[in-house]
Design a protein around this ligand. Sequence first.
Ligand code: NAD
Length: 255
Amino acid sequence: EQKSAAPVILVTGGARGIGKGISSYLLGCGYRVVMLDILREDGERLARDLAHLGDIRFIRADVADEDQVSSAINRIRNWFGYLNGVVNNAAIAEPYTGPLEFLALEDWQSYIDVNVTGTFLISRATIPLLQQSQGAIVNIASTRWLQSEPQSEAYAASKGAIVSFTHALAISLSGQVRVNCISPGWIAVDAVSENGHLKPVHLTETCHRQHPAGRVGRPDDIASMVKFLLSNESGFITGQNFVIDGGMTRKMVYE
Ligand code: NAD
């Protein structure tokens, strides 16, 4: 049953932004998708809106909370008994935290809790389900793993940790579960306005032109790589970090 049925993929942070794009892309490719997010309303609405495309389910949970992760993964175990893939995408995605001299410990800690510990907790809980299907993990880091703008230390440190976590886990799970990482550059996602609603970001010609690829990235640019890294077509790839940034980190800039 397991081999013939559509693969089951867990996408964390699936209710908005890149995670939403990954969830709908995979669903459109015939996968079964479980989205996990702290935003119940967005997640439930998205699951309803996409239900006509296939089997998509939503679980409300905080990736940084050990008990919530454990009961979320128990639900998946009861539904399917296994997982073919996990996408660790949930994060505090805002890079800027102001001058380090004024960064509160609790704010620093929240980046580590969600971005790093969340990736650890979800991976730990899903490894047994992935081992049953020779599955794969894809972690979402950032080009800020490698390069920075000012006042983004907590975010950068959390993303660096994810790149290192990826190769360490890939080696531990040799021959069982492949583990890779994607480092996106600038991917345009809806912004949250003051009244809490989502609105498309306004992109100018300058935004697009500074990318060697000629445009700002889109969630599907990440989703198609996620799909490849989850599939057997990438069966000889593990422990790697793939930069998807329209060429931005290859561009030399003089002032
Ligand atoms: P986003 O804020 O639009 O989406 C993040 C999602 O994660 C949201 O749905 C949010 O509710 C969820 N989330 C946050 N904390 C959570 C928690 N504790 N438990 C469960 N869910 C939680 O951000 P995005 O731009 O879509 O970013 C997605 C991923 O891509 C992040 O890992 C981010 O760091 C990375 N990334 C984004 C960009 C970009 O340009 N958008 C660039 C590089 C890397």
